[in-house]
Design a protein around this ligand. Structure first.
Ligand code: T3D
Length: 265
């Protein structure tokens, strides 16, 4: 049997491939377990500096494997056991992350992509919430992500009509970072992950946190959080290198720093 999740080293990037192509990479229990283990492995690997998540075959992921939960009466328990921990893990992952979405990203599959820092989508990708089609509500953070990224009016339309967005539309709506030519997706997503890997990892991770927290707070609270994060960043090795490079008119070399040398989280 194929591994449901494949982990590869591409220099300092760790690529995780969701690998149940005959089910459009829908998640069953084994896939959740393998993905959790792969994320643990990447988080503990000192030479890993960025995460890239992709799907095998013709889809990114069709979300929950609906056959696998057909006898489950408490879907909240499925979320608590599997999806919520996965989304929490990705959203607070100690490395910057990129999702490369091609084909279908549906339901919690879309939510997994949106839990990564940047989403690159193939122009022809099909992004859909899918939940209303089967009588469910958005989960795995999808309601929060949608409302925040595209605004409540579009979030309602997407969630309540179950409409499909192309990668191109998703980028123009601000749901994803970029839509790229289908044939270029894999290379471009890796190039972005490599840019992350060469960057100041601790500062990037702290930046993500500031942006997430900004979604639910006031300007005054954001100023306070930024001040604390900047105080920490200013004492880290990443800033020392960034500043030295600026003053010496050279390119900074963050990749030589251990990812724990930068901004304290
Ligand atoms: O526990 C809980 O339920 C709570 C958690 C919920 C989180 C969620 O993610 S709920 C949303 C789950 N996902 C969906 O509702 C999407 C279901 N899939 C579809 O609607 C369609 O497959 C697509 C629109 C995504 C794609 O359609 P199409 O025509 O391109 O492909 P297809 O022929 O439907 O699918 C190909 C195969 O994958 C097919 O199997 P077969 O006939 O070749 O043996 C299909 O059954 C299978 N597949 C696709 N999605 C799922 C799936 N099998 C299990 N679960 C799936 N989600």
């Amino acid at each position: 049997m194929n591994e449901p999740v494949v982990l590869e080293r591409l220099g300092a990037v760790r690529r995780i491939t969701l690998n149940r192509p005959d089910r459009l990479n829908a998640f069953d229990q084994a896939m959740h377990a393998r993905l959790a283990a792969a994320l643990d492995e990447v988080a503990a690997d000192p030479s890993a500096r960025a995460l890239l998540v992709v799907g095998a075959g013709r889809a990114f992921s069709a979300g929950q494997d609906l056959e696998a939960v057909q006898d489950e009466r408490d879907l909240g328990a499925v979320l608590e056991r599997h999806w919520n921990p996965l989304v929490r893990r990705l959203a607070s992952f100690p490395l910057p992350s990129v999702a490369a979405v091609h084909g279908v990203a549906a339901g919690a599959g879309l939510a997994v992509a949106l839990a990564c820092d940047l989403v690159l989508a193939a122009r022809s990708a099909k992004l859909l919430l899918a939940f209303a089609r089967i009588g469910l509500v958005p989960d795995s953070g999808a309601s929060w992500q949608l409302a925040r990224l595209v605004g409540p009016a579009r979030a309602r339309g997407l969630a309540m009509l179950g409409e499909t967005l192309s990668g191109e539309q998703a980028a123009s709506w601000g749901l994803v970072w970029q839509a790229v030519e289908d044939a270029a997706l894999s290379d471009q997503a890796l190039a972005v992950a490599n840019r992350f890997a060469e960057g100041p990892i601790a500062a990037l991770v702290a930046t993500r946190r500031l942006i997430d927290e900004a979604a639910t707070g006031t300007l005054i609270e954001a100023l306070a959080r930024e001040t604390e994060a900047q105080r920490a960043a200013g004492q880290g090795a990443e800033y020392a290198e960034g500043l030295a490079a600026f003053l010496a008119k050279r390119t900074p070399n963050f990749a030589n720093l251990s990812r724990h040398e930068g901004t304290p989280a």
